[in-house]
Design a protein around this ligand. Structure first.
Ligand SMILES: *[C@@H]1O[C@H](CO)[C@@H](O)[C@H](O)[C@H]1NC(C)=O
Ligand SMILES: *[C@@H]1O[C@H](CO)[C@@H](O)[C@H](O)[C@H]1NC(C)=O
Ligand SMILES: *[C@@H]1O[C@H](CO)[C@@H](O)[C@H](O)[C@H]1NC(C)=O
Ligand SMILES: *[C@@H]1O[C@H](CO)[C@@H](O)[C@H](O)[C@H]1NC(C)=O
Ligand SMILES: *[C@@H]1O[C@H](CO)[C@@H](O)[C@H](O)[C@H]1NC(C)=O
Ligand SMILES: *[C@@H]1O[C@H](CO)[C@@H](O)[C@H](O)[C@H]1NC(C)=O
Ligand SMILES: *[C@@H]1O[C@H](CO)[C@@H](O)[C@H](O)[C@H]1NC(C)=O
Ligand SMILES: *[C@@H]1O[C@H](CO)[C@@H](O)[C@H](O)[C@H]1NC(C)=O
Ligand SMILES: *[C@@H]1O[C@H](CO)[C@@H](O)[C@H](O)[C@H]1NC(C)=O
Ligand SMILES: *[C@@H]1O[C@H](CO)[C@@H](O)[C@H](O)[C@H]1NC(C)=O
Ligand SMILES: *[C@@H]1O[C@H](CO)[C@@H](O)[C@H](O)[C@H]1NC(C)=O
Length: 826
C-alpha cells in the first residue's frame, strides 16, 4: 500500500458497511468449465477452464478504498481505458458506488494505488444535446458541469459491465459507452439515443486526476475531426512532472460520419466555434481545455460513433501513429476479442478443478490472478528520457508493495513478462544509476522502504538463472544493478537507492543521524528491509559462484539483529519481551511504543510516508515488524524464547488486532506458524484472513489493492512465496487440484489435494490440514514447504489432508522451512 499522510481519513482506515453485492453482470459461468481438453501445455487435464476471462470479476474493490481499475486493458498494457467518476476515491477513475457521477472516459489509469490520483488522462465525453436550444455554445464542457449520474439497475447497482479487455456502461443521459484497448491505444463507441439530432463529442486535453496540467497544446483538424494534443502533468507520488500526449479520430459505426458539422476548442464552459488551437484561448494559466465536435447523425435511429485514441509519452504524432498501427480498422469486436484471447491464454495457464468448491472462490482466484497482470505496465517505445532497444516498463507501485508476492506468482506461469520487466528495470539502472523503486508516468516516485528492486531481481535470478540467456536477461548486468543499490549512495535516497554509507558503517540506520540526501528515513523498517535486500543479493552471488560476495551479503542479511532490543516489552504485557526498536548511532536505543501505528496505539499515530515521522516504522507497528524477518525466522524464534513464545506472539497479533491485512508487513504473518512446526495453525489463520477480508463484492478488499491480487491468489493456491529463494511455504489449496503451466519449462505442475472435502466457510477447522506430501509418487521431506525444482520439472504434488490441526512439518531435521541461521539456503 502506498500512502501519504495528507490523504483523507477515508482512504486510510475504513470501516466497511455490510454488503454482499456482486456486480450482477459478472456472475460465475459454469458453462466455461468444459470437459477434457488438451491445454496449450500439451498436458492433458481432466477438466479445463477454457474461458477463465468469464470468471474474472473486475468490480472487486471498486468501492471503499480498493481503488481497483475495472476498465479495459491488455495484460501489462499501457493504455487502461475506463470510466472516471467524481468520487474522492477515484484513484483508478471508477467508483462502484452509483452515487458518484461519471465525468469522462479516460485512457490511462493505474490499479490499486494510494497517494494522489495518478493519470486519468485524456477523457472523452458525449452530449446527446446541449442546453435549451441544443447549440454548440451551450455545451457544459467543464468537468464539473458535464458530469452525469449513472443509470442504475433495479438492484441499485450502476448499469456497468466489465470483462477482461472490455467495459461498457449505460449513462442516465441514455448514451451507451463501450471501451476496449490495445497496448497503446483505445477504441471507444458512443451510441446516442434514437432521435439525437446533434451528437457531440468532447475531447478533454488537460483534466488529469489532480487538475495539475500546465503547458497544453492541441490541434484540431476541422475536415476530419482529428484532435491531437497534450500537456504537462504532476506525478502522483513524487516531486516530478511528465508530459503525455493523445490523438483522437472518429468514424461512424456502419455509416459515413463525414466532416464534423461544428467544431471548436473549449476553455472551461466556453466552447468557441471554429477555433482549432487552444493557444487561441489559453492565457498561460492552468485550466480546462479541449475540443468539441458536432457530428451529423445516422438517420433517425441510433447513431454510434467510434473514437480511436492513441496515447504517447513522446509526442502527439507518436500518439497518432500508435492508434493507426494498433487499431487500423476501428473494429471494436476484433479488438475486444483479441484482448480477451490474450487474457485467456495467460490466465488459462492456471487451472483448477472445481468439484466441491464455491463458485465465488473460483471467481476470487481468477479475479485475483487477473489483477497481478495490470502493473507494471509495458511502456516500451514510450520512454521520453532515453532511447533503448530494451523493454521499458513503468507503473511500479511500488516495489515495496509488490516484491513480497507479485513476482513469485508471475514466476509460476509468466516468465516472459517477468523477464521483460527485469530487463526494463536493469535498463533504468543503467541510465539512472539505481534500480527503480517506485515509478509512475515515467517519473521517479518516493521510496517506501528499502531498495526492493533487489529482491525482485533476486527472485528472477534464483528461479530462472538457467534460462536467463534464453530470456535475454544479462546475468552480469543484473548483478551490476544489484551492486549499485548495495554499494553506491545516491544523491537522493528518497527516490532511488539506499542510505548505504551509514548502513555499511553501522549495520543499521541510526535514528539520530540525518544525512544529506533524503528525509523519509523510517530507520527501523529500513534496517530490516536493507537486510532482506542484501539477502537477495547473497542468493544471486552464490548462484554466480561469487563466494566472497555471497558471504558478505549473507552477513549483512543478518543485520536485522542490530535493531533488536531484548528488553523492550509491550506496555501492559510483560510476557512479551524483545522488540525491533530505533537505535542511535552510539549503539543505545530510543523507545517507540510497540503498539505504535496499530489500532491499539494510544496516540493513534499513523506511519505513512512523511518526513515528520521520526518514529522509525513505516506502515506497520513494531509488533508486526518484529515478527517478520523473512530470511531468518529461526533466529527470531530463538530471540523470542522458543516455539511456544513465538506462537503466543503470533496469536497475540491476531487476537489483539495487530494484524493489518491492508499493510504488506502483515502479509506473511498468518503463515509463520510453519516455522514453529505448527503448519495447521498457519492453514487456519490464512483461511480465516481470506474469509474475513477478501470476497468478490465491490468492497471485497480491505484497502488499496496494491499487490493484494497475488497475495490472495497464493493463499487460495495453498502456497506462500519466499522471494529470492527456491522455497514456497505449503498449505492446502482451496481446490481439489490446481496447476500451473510454465512456458519456459514447457511443464505443468499440479498440486492435488487427495481427500479434498471442501472449504470451511469461515476458515475455521475442516479437512484442510496437510499431514503428508508426495512429489511424483515419492514421500517428500516436509509438510511445510516445497521447492522450485517441483515447478521446473512439472511435478505432481499430492497432499494428504486431515482435520487434525495439530499436524507438524515432519520428523526430519530438514522438515522446517529454511532460515539463514540454521544453515538454510546453502
Ligand atoms: C443511482 O443511484 C445513486 C445512489 O442511490 C443516486 O445517487 C443516483 O442519482 C441514481 N441515478 C439515477 C439516474 O437515478
Ligand atoms: C450527480 O449529478 C446530479 C445531477 O446533475 C447532481 O444532482 C448530483 O449532486 C451529482 N452527484 C455528485 C456526487 O456529484
Ligand atoms: C446497456 O444497454 C444495452 C441495451 O441498449 C444492453 O444491451 C446492455 O446490457 C446494457 N448494460 C451495459 C452495462 O452495457
Ligand atoms: C427523420 O424522420 C423524418 C420524419 O419521418 C424525416 O422527414 C427525416 O428526413 C428523417 N431524417 C433523417 C436524417 O433520416
Ligand atoms: C530518441 O531517438 C529519436 C530519433 O532519433 C530522437 O528524435 C529523440 O530525440 C531521441 N530521444 C532521446 C531522449 O534521446
Ligand atoms: C531475445 O533476443 C533475440 C535477439 O534480439 C530475439 O530474437 C529473441 O526473440 C529474444 N527473446 C526473447 C524471449 O525476448
Ligand atoms: C537489557 O537489560 C539487561 C539487564 O538489565 C542489560 O544488561 C542490558 O544492557 C540491556 N540491553 C539493552 C540493549 O538495553
Ligand atoms: C525518540 O523517540 C521519540 C518517540 O518516537 C521521538 O519523539 C524522539 O524524537 C526520539 N529521539 C531522538 C533523539 O530521535
Ligand atoms: C500478553 O501476551 C501474551 C502472548 O505473549 C498473551 O497470551 C496474553 O494474553 C497477553 N496478555 C494481555 C493482558 O494482553
Ligand atoms: C467482503 O470483504 C469486505 C472487506 O474486507 C468486508 O467488509 C465484507 O464484510 C465482506 N463481505 C462478505 C459478504 O463477506
Ligand atoms: C490438538 O491439540 C490440542 C492441544 O494439545 C488438543 O486439545 C486437541 O484435541 C488436538 N486436536 C486434535 C484433532 O487431535
Amino acid at each position: 500500500m502506498l500512502r501519504l499522510l495528507f490523504l483523507p481519513l477515508w482512504a486510510t482506515r475504513i470501516v466497511f458497511g455490510a454488503s454482499t453485492n456482486v456486480q450482477s453482470s459478472e456472475s460465475v459461468a459454469p458453462s466455461s468449465v468444459s470437459p477434457s481438453i488438451i491445454t496449450s501445455a500439451g498436458s492433458p487435464l481432466a477438466t479445463s477452464i477454457q474461458d477463465p476471462a468469464s470468471l474474472v470479476n473486475l468490480f472487486i474493490g471498486t468501492r471503499n478504498g480498493g481503488h481497483t481499475f475495472p476498465g479495459a486493458t491488455l495484460p501489462h498494457g499501457m493504455v487502461k481505458v475506463g470510466m472516471d467518476t467524481n468520487s474522492p476515491g477515484n484513484h483508478a477513475g471508477y467508483d462502484g458506488d452509483p452515487q458518484f457521477n461519471a465525468t469522462g472516459f479516460s485512457q490511462l489509469h493505474d490499479d490499486g494505488t494510494g497517494g494522489a490520483v495518478p493519470l486519468s488522462l485524456f477523457k472523452l465525453w458525449a452530449f446527446k444535446s446541449c442546453g435549451q436550444f441544443d447549440t454548440f455554445e451551450e455545451c457544459p464542457t467543464s468537468i464539473a458541469s458535464r458530469n452525469a449520474p449513472r443509470k442504475n439497475l433495479s438492484t441499485g447497482l450502476p448499469d456497468d459491465f466489465a470483462e477482461p479487455g472490455y467495459f461498457s456502461s449505460n449513462l442516465s443521459t441514455g448514451i451507451r459507452v463501450e471501451l476496449t484497448a490495445t497496448r497503446r491505444a483505445a477504441l471507444h463507441k458512443y451510441t446516442f439515443p434514437a432521435g439525437t439530432r446533434n451528437p457531440r463529442m468532447v475531447v478533454d486535453i488537460t483534466n488529469d486526476g489532480q487538475q495539475s496540467s500546465t503547458d497544453p497544446i492541441m490541434e484540431l483538424d476541422s475536415e476530419t475531426g482529428k484532435v491531437a494534443g497534450g500537456a504537462s502533468f504532476a506525478a502522483s507520488f513524487g516531486p516530478d512532472r511528465f508530459r503525455a500526449f493523445s490523438c483522437v479520430d472518429f468514424q461512424g459505426d456502419g455509416f459515413d460520419l463525414g466532416q464534423p458539422k461544428e467544431f471548436g476548442a473549449w476553455l472551461g464552459n466556453f466552447p468557441v466555434k471554429q477555433s482549432t488551437n487552444i493557444n487561441q484561448l489559453y492565457f498561460g494559466f492552468r485550466d480546462e481545455l479541449g475540443a468539441l465536435l458536432t457530428f451529423t447523425p445516422n438517420g433517425n435511429g441510433t447513431t454510434s460513433i467510434l473514437a480511436r485514441v492513441g496515447v504517447s509519452f513522446i509526442s502527439p504524432d507518436q500518439a497518432c501513429a500508435n492508434a493507426e498501427e494498433e487499431i487500423p480498422d476501428f473494429n471494436l469486436d476484433r479488438v475486444r476479442s483479441s484482448a480477451r484471447a490474450q487474457w485467456n491464454e495467460l490466465l488459462g495457464r492456471i487451472q483448477v478443478k472445481t468439484d466441491n468448491v464455491d463458485p465465488e472462490i473460483v471467481s476470487l482466484l481468477y479475479s485475483s490472478a487477473y489483477r497481478t497482470h495490470i502493473s507494471p505496465a509495458d511502456y516500451t517505445g514510450e520512454n521520453p528520457k532515453w532511447n533503448s532497444t530494451e523493454p521499458y516498463y513503468d507503473s511500479f507501485y511500488c516495489n515495496w508493495d509488490t516484491y513480497r508476492t507479485l513476482y513469485s506468482w508471475m514466476a509460476l506461469h509468466d516468465p516472459d513478462d517477468f523477464a521483460r520487466i527485469i530487463r526494463g528495470m536493469i535498463n533504468i539502472q543503467q541510465h539512472e544509476g539505481w534500480l527503480p523503486e517506485c515509478r509512475g508516468a515515467t517519473a521517479q516516485h518516493f521510496i517506501q522502504g528499502g531498495s526492493n528492486g533487489d529482491p525482485i531481481l533476486g527472485e528472477f535470478f534464483v528461479k530462472f538463472h538457467e534460462h536467463a540467456a534464453a530470456l535475454n536477461v544479462s546475468s552480469s548486468a543484473l548483478y551490476t544493478a544489484l551492486l549499485a543499490d548495495a554499494e553506491k549512495q545516491p544523491p537522493n535516497w528518497d527516490l532511488q537507492g539506499r542510505q548505504v554509507n551509514i548502513w555499511k558503517k553501522l549495520g543499521y540506520i541510526p535514528s539520530d543521524v540525518w544525512e544529506v540526501g533524503g528525509t523519509n528515513t523510517k530507520q527501523v523498517s529500513r534496517t530490516l528491509e536493507y537486510a532482506f535486500d542484501d539477502f537477495a543479493i547473497s542468493q544471486v552471488a552464490k548462484i554466480l559462484g561469487k563466494k566472497q560476495d555471497g558471504a558478505k551479503y549473507s552477513k549483512r542479511a543478518g543485520n536485522f539483529i542490530n535493531v533488536w532490543n531484548p528488553n523492550t516489552t509491550v506496555p501492559g504485557n510483560d510476557s512479551i519481551v524483545g522488540m525491533m526498536q530505533p537505535r542511535f548511532a552510539d549503539g543505545t536505543f530510543n523507545f517507540t511504543d510497540p503498539r505504535h501505528c496499530s489500532v491499539n496505539d494510544p496516540t493513534q499515530a499513523t506511519c505513512f510516508l512523511n518526513a515528520a515521522n521520526k518514529d522509525g516504522f513505516y506502515e506497520g507497528s513494531p509488533i508486526v515488524y518484529t515478527q517478520y524477518v523473512l530470511q531468518d525466522t529461526a533466529k527470531l524464534i530463538q530471540l523470542q524464547g522458543g516455539n511456544q513464545k513465538f506462537i503466543d506472539r503470533l496469536n497475540f497479533i491476531f487476537e489483539q488486532n495487530y494484524f493489518d491485512s491492508t499493510d504488506e508487513p502483515s502479509q506473511q504473518i498468518p503463515f509463520m506458524y510453519h516455522y514453529a512446526n505448527r503448519p495447521g495453525l498457519s492453514t487456519q489463520r490464512s483461511r480465516q484472513v481470506i474469509a474475513q477480508f477478501y470476497n468478490t463484492s465491490t468492497n471485497g478488499l480491505p484497502g488499496n489493492d496494491g499487490a493484494m491480487g497475488s497475495f490472495v491468489a497464493f493463499y487460495l493456491a495453498g502456497l506462500y512465496p519466499l522471494p529470492a529463494t527456491r522455497q514456497f511455504l505449503l498449505s492446502s489449496p482451496y481446490f481439489p487440484q490446481i496447476s500451473f503451466f510454465n512456458p519456459i519449462f514447457g511443464k505443468t505442475t499440479t498440486i492435488k489435494a487427495n481427500n479434498f472435502k471442501g472449504n470451511p466457510i469461515d476458515g475455521t477447522g475442516g479437512t484442510v490440514f496437510v499431514k503428508g506430501v508426495k512429489i511424483d509418487g515419492k514421500a517428500w521431506k516436509s509438510n511445510c514447504f516445497i521447492e522450485w525444482e517441483a515447478f521446473q520439472q512439472g511435478s505432481t504434488i499430492e497432499l494428504e489432508l486431515t482435520d487434525d490441526i495439530n499436524v507438524t512439518c515432519g520428523k526430519g531435521s530438514d522438515a522446517l522451512p529454511p532460515s539463514l541461521s540454521t544453515g538454510g539456503y546453502n
